[in-house]
Every structure is written in C-alpha cells, then in structure tokens.
Design a protein around this ligand. Sequence first.
Ligand SMILES: NC(=O)c1ccc[n+]([C@@H]2O[C@H](COP(=O)([O-])OP(=O)(O)OC[C@H]3O[C@@H](n4cnc5c(N)ncnc54)[C@H](O)[C@@H]3O)[C@@H](O)[C@H]2O)c1
Length: 272
Amino acid sequence: MNLQDMFDVRGKSVIVTGGGSGIGLAIVEILAEHGARVAILDISLDRAEGEAARLRALGQTVRAYRVDVSDGASVDAAIDSSARDFGGIDVLFANAGIDPGSTVLGPDGERSVDGALENYDADRWSRVIDISLNGVFHCVRASVRHMKPRRSGRIIITTSVSSVRAMPIGIAYSAAKAGAAHFMRNAALELARYNIRVNAIAPGPFVTNIGDGFARDPAVQTMMSGMIPLGRMGDVEEMKGLALFLASPASSFMTGAEVFNDGGLSLGPPID
Ligand SMILES: NC(=O)c1ccc[n+]([C@@H]2O[C@H](COP(=O)([O-])OP(=O)(O)OC[C@H]3O[C@@H](n4cnc5c(N)ncnc54)[C@H](O)[C@@H]3O)[C@@H](O)[C@H]2O)c1
C-alpha cells in the first residue's frame, strides 16, 4: 500500500463530538483537509457553525449540528441527522468532555477545600460522569446502529492520561476517563466481528479551551510542564497525526488500544 492509500480518508463520513474547539477541532481540520466529510457535533452551535463555515470557505465539506452528549435523545437525533446528510457514518470521534472542575490541588500547589473528597459536590460529580462517560456511551451506541448493518466502522474515544494515572485532577474526571477507557475495550471486543474497530486517544495536558482556557495561563503551563517528561504541554497540532492514523487504513489491525499522546506523562514524573 502506498502512503496515500494508507492514510486515505477521502469521502469518509466522520463525526467529531466537541469538534468546535481544542482537540476536537484539530481532528476536524486534519480529516476535512484530507477529503473526509466531517460533522461537528457540539453543545455550542455558534462555535461549531463558525468553524464549519471557515473550513467550507477553504473548499472542505463540514457541517455543524447541536448536541448535548449527556442527553441520549439529543445524541440520537444529531447522529441520525448527520448520517442522513452524509449517507452513513464511517468514523466516530467521541471526543466531547469537560474540565475536571475542582481538583485536590490548585495551580498554586495549594490544597483545595472544594476538591477534597469529603467535600466533593455531588452535582459536579454527576455532571462530569454524564458528559465524559455517559456521553461516550450515548455517542457510540447511536453510531453503532448505523455501522453494524454495514459491517464497517471506526470509533475513537478521547480518554486522558488520568485514565491510568491517579493525579490531583478531580476525582470524577479520573473515574469518567478510566470508565471510558474500559468501555472502549469492551466495545472493541463486542464489535470486532462486525469489522468495527474501537480505540482511544489518551491526551496528556494540551493547551485548549477546557476549564475556561486555564492552561493558557503561563503560570499553569510552567507548573504543568514540570510534571511532563518531555518538559512541555502539547499543542493541538500534535494531535492531528494520531487522529488521522486511527481513522485511516494505516491502523487496520488495531482495536482495543488506548494510545497515549502525553509527552510521557503516563510513565510518571520526569527523571532529572
Ligand atoms: N486539553 C487537555 O489537556 C486534555 C487532556 C486529556 C484529555 N482531554 C480530553 O479531550 C477532549 C477535548 O477537550 P479539549 O481540551 O479539546 O476541550 P475544549 O473545551 O477546548 O473543547 C471541548 C468541546 O466540547 C464541547 N462540549 C462540552 N460539553 C459538551 C456536551 N455536553 N455536548 C457536546 N459538546 C460538548 C465544547 O463546547 C467544546 O467545543 C475532552 O474529552 C477532554 O477531557 C483534554
């Protein structure tokens, strides 16, 4: 297979949840640029529409749909609409997620009273699980209904390095991401005989709009960079190669894998 065929996504119908910003937007850009037809599903329709219009002006095929991934009916409606508009679904990126909220440690390294387990707010817990874990279930379930009859599909879930490493990042967030990672393995096993591959991208810290863009603060970047073996945070451009790889024939024998794109953070702290 030549290089072009190996990474060929031309004409594929791709859904990216949370595709209006950050990591999801980088995924939208690389796939649309390489000829896929991309549906941005996002809770912020304005942002999704704005990005879709920008990419359409470059000659790419991108549409925007509003969805709240925590709401199964909203997900079914948006995924069915995009499947109808694009004639099916070849690839789903279940990427939407929210910030961990209150963590055990603040950016200043001080212990946070709200983030302590005994004070952790139950509504915050439910909201994180509803979006970052239940949302993955809703999106995969709705997509599989379209993929299974065609005996073909690729599903890529955005987890996090916190799915395997306990970190002071918000206990609900870690639980949701660990759950999503193991959901991915079970789905991969169940769907293998239908030629539906299911994998996960596990990012380390990337500079995005998550948590109201807290990672754009230079002080936060310095603090986080010190925890990462490669000594810096990720740029969303560095997510594009892995996304294209997992969506394309280049990864045709991979299923059930959680691929870390994290500057080595999953290994542990840097060694001086
Ligand atoms: N940025 C990081 O450092 C980092 C690290 C590990 C994992 N992740 C994961 O990457 C994914 C993308 O995050 P990001 O950093 O690009 O954040 P981001 O905030 O820049 O983008 C997230 C997008 O998801 C959308 N969204 C939020 N709630 C939604 C909902 N209920 N339904 C539909 N869309 C919704 C937002 O509108 C936004 O466009 C998330 O799953 C996040 O947990 C991010």
